[in-house]
Design a protein around this ligand. Structure first.
Ligand SMILES: Nc1ncnc2c1ncn2[C@@H]1O[C@H](COP(=O)(O)OP(=O)(O)O)[C@@H](O)[C@H]1O
Ligand SMILES: [Mg+2]
Length: 386
């Protein structure tokens, strides 16, 4: 989890992961009853979710966030009753572990957005629980967890993602963002970070955690004025300084996540030497040339990427991180760049595998030549990636 904050008029309560938000989130124009009737959302009783998660067993915790813990559970999709583990439909249950209005508001905000929005790159909200003090959200289960786990957690369960899968996940997340920013949805996500990007069994990325989402500006305005909320390290500097929120604030955060993907470093890492703790500051001087970029690429990706593609990805991150939000690309442009980048990498992978001519001595020559072949074409890529 990142280190989160709220600066502004009044801090009213703090979240578990250090994220601090305000109780005075403006009320949604829709009433609570209307929001809860959104789309196809199912109301669940506390008892059903308690049984479905086997009494919120600690060993079924999928993750922890500012809102609370997320548990794995099983339900029968037809009757919506709790099912035996391993049968029926797998769900993820997010349980608010904090009292008060602010938690309730975030819970309602998430339902307000996810209940209505529908896109292959957004996690699906199945239903909710509102009973006494209990506030829960029931989502489709995402078997491969979060991007954060795959990038930073060292365990046999979460293998480091290959380069091609990193591009796939970045592209999926960018498509989710492009949908949110589209005229159809017009939503600013406000909490784009690797722990909020979830991955399904085929490595499709889906955005989750809409507790801080916000309607985009209306009536010809260029920004929404808000109290500053988000996560340190990911939030755009101009948003932190002024509270002026635009879709380009999300693009800045995308740039930070792209840097995490390229380098395998967390956006803020207190365990690194001074000067390397803030990823954006640390990485900037390296983003200027191919040679320098290669110095900060995640060493676990060695041999998987074409240096040209890595260079383009770094250039895209640099554009997303530009100081002036107007100069940052739109989410649609980010999708386009990543699509091209994916095609380029595929082409590089193919040419790397196929010998295109024979030397006089009968040896097969690959183009570009695999790294270490002696006369170096500069491909730098020897092995295939999944
Ligand atoms: N649908 C899901 N499937 C699998 N794991 C999930 C799911 N939703 C959340 N998680 C895990 O729980 C963590 C916290 O969830 P999140 O929705 O971001 O909560 P918070 O609002 O508390 O930050 C995620 O980073 C992820 O590891
Ligand atoms: Mg989260």
């Amino acid at each position: 989890m990142g280190c989160c904050f709220s600066v502004g008029l009044k801090i009213e309560s703090s979240r578990l992961d250090g994220k601090v938000t305000s109780a005075s989130v403006p009320p949604s124009p829709r009433s609570q009853a209307e929001i809860l009737q959104s789309g196809d959302l199912k109301p669940f009783s506390f008892n059903v979710l308690k049984m479905a998660t086997r009494n919120f067993r600690p060993d079924s915790v999928l993750g922890e966030g500012g809102f609370g813990s997320v548990f794995k559970g099983w339900i029968d999709e037809q009757s919506l009753a709790a099912a035996k583990p391993g049968t029926g439909t797998v769900i993820a249950v997010k349980r608010l572990n904090q009292e008060g209005l602010q938690g309730h508001q975030e819970w309602l905000t998430e339902i307000n957005y996810l209940g209505l929005l529908n896109h292959p790159n957004l996690v699906k909200l199945i239903g909710y629980c509102l009973e006494d003090d209990h506030r829960m959200l029931v989502y489709e289960f995402m078997p491969r967890g979060s991007l954060e786990n795959h990038l930073f957690r060292r365990s046999s369960y979460f293998q480091p993602l290959s380069w091609n899968l990193r591009i796939k996940v970045a592209l999926g997340a960018a498509k989710g963002l492009a949908y949110l920013h589209s005229p159809e949805a017009k939503v600013i996500y406000r909490d784009f970070k690797s722990s909020n990007i979830l991955i399904d069994s085929s490595y499709n990325a889906k955005l989750s955690d809409f507790g801080l989402a916000k309607d985009g500006p209306v009536d010809g305005k260029s920004y929404v004025s808000t109290r500053v909320m988000g996560t340190y390290g990911y939030a755009a500097p101009e948003y932190m300084a002024t509270g002026h929120l635009t879709a380009k604030s999300d693009i800045y955060s995308f740039g930070v996540v792209l840097l995490e993907i390229l380098t395998g470093r967390r956006c803020i890492d207190k365990n690194r030497p001074t000067g390397e703790q803030k990823l954006v500051e640390f990485a900037k001087p390296y983003l200027t040339s191919k040679r320098r970029i290669l110095q900060i690429m995640d060493p676990r990706l060695s041999g998987q990427y074409s240096p040209n593609v890595a260079m383009r990805a770094a250039l895209l991150a640099t554009k997303c991180l530009l100081k002036d939000p107007k100069h940052r690309p739109s989410a649609d442009e980010v999708v386009k760049s990543l699509d091209q980048l994916q095609d380029l990498q595929k082409a590089a992978d193919v040419s790397r595998r196929e010998p295109i001519r024979k030397h006089g001595d009968g040896k097969l020559v690959y183009y570009p030549r695999p790294a270490g072949s002696g006369s170096g074409s500069g491909s730098g890529s020897g092995s295939g990636s999944s």
